[in-house]
Write a protein that binds this ligand. Structure first.
Ligand SMILES: O=P(O)(O)OC[C@H]1O[C@H](O[C@H]2O[C@H](CO)[C@@H](O)[C@H](O)[C@H]2O)[C@H](O)[C@@H](O)[C@@H]1O
Length: 229
């Protein structure tokens, strides 16, 4: 299904790049750069990711590509500036980090992602993190933080920002355009929810979702995007 005046809102990991053992190894699909380069000059297009804009720049070296990072916590452009949208002090949390076997921390400045992919016992690693999070519930609340589960990761981030909120903010800039949101993870569900019945939403891969359409994998995402070129 295609629309006349699209506004592309695309997730990165699992949507434009297959999931990899480590975040720095999640390179875009070999055809993704070419398709994005061609699409972004014809239509408004944003990548809405949990990553930092700066981090994505290494993987998607497309100057001028507009990016919302940190699940809505910052906005910027590849090769340009990025601006944090929510003030946060994670200092107190950094002082009490968990020691859970196999867990490593991705410190994004405005959020902490606790990754357990590849831990010898992933279930145990996640359970250990959940115990730690429960023990620090009051601290998290006091700092205005919330836990956002993703693919083999639990992220601690300021409350209030979400991909759904970001999608609505961006859509308001393009009256007359129809948002097309494509994502694969639980973190994309807020966007699927707010756009339900208003745009086109696609979940990548299997699993329950609020999205109204489905694309099988990253390859299928690229095939769909190419249909606009
Ligand atoms: O919103 P996204 O673009 O989908 O980003 C979500 C998170 O992606 C990264 O972690 C995930 O992908 C890694 C690479 O495939 C994988 O190793 C990890 O297990 C996944 O959770 C990134 O590291 C996070 O910061 C993003 O929030």
């Amino acid at each position: 299904m295609r629309v006349e005046k699209p506004l592309f809102l695309l997730d990165y990991d699992g949507t434009l790049a297959p999931i990899a053992p480590r975040p720095e190894e999640a390179f875009p699909h070999p055809g993704a750069l070419e398709v994005l380069r061609a699409l972004m000059v014809r239509y408004p297009l944003y990548v809405i990711t949990g990553r930092r804009v700066e981090d994505l720049a290494r993987l998607l070296p497309l100057p001028g590509l507009r990016v919302v990072g940190g699940h809505g916590l910052e906005e910027g452009e590849i090769g340009g500036e990025s601006h944090p949208l929510f003030p946060v002090d994670l200092g107190p949390l950094r002082r009490v980090l968990p020691s859970c076997p196999g867990v490593w921390v991705e410190d994004k400045g405005f959020a902490l992602a606790f990754h357990y992919r590849g831990a010898e016992d992933e279930e145990r690693a996640r359970a250990c993190l959940e115990v730690w999070l429960a023990a620090h519930e009051d601290l998290l609340r006091g700092l205005g933080l919330e836990v956002l589960p993703g693919k083999k990761v639990l992220e601690v981030k300021p409350k209030g920002a979400s991909k759904g909120q970001a999608a609505l903010r961006l859509w308001a800039r393009y009256p007359g355009h129809t948002p097309i949101y494509i994502g694969d993870d639980a973190t994309d569900e807020t966007a699927f929810q707010v756009l339900k019945g208003k745009g086109l939403t696609f979940k990548v891969g299997p699993g329950p979702t609020l999205a109204e359409g489905r694309l099988e994998d990253v390859e299928a995402v690229l095939t769909y995007l190419k249909s606009y070129l």
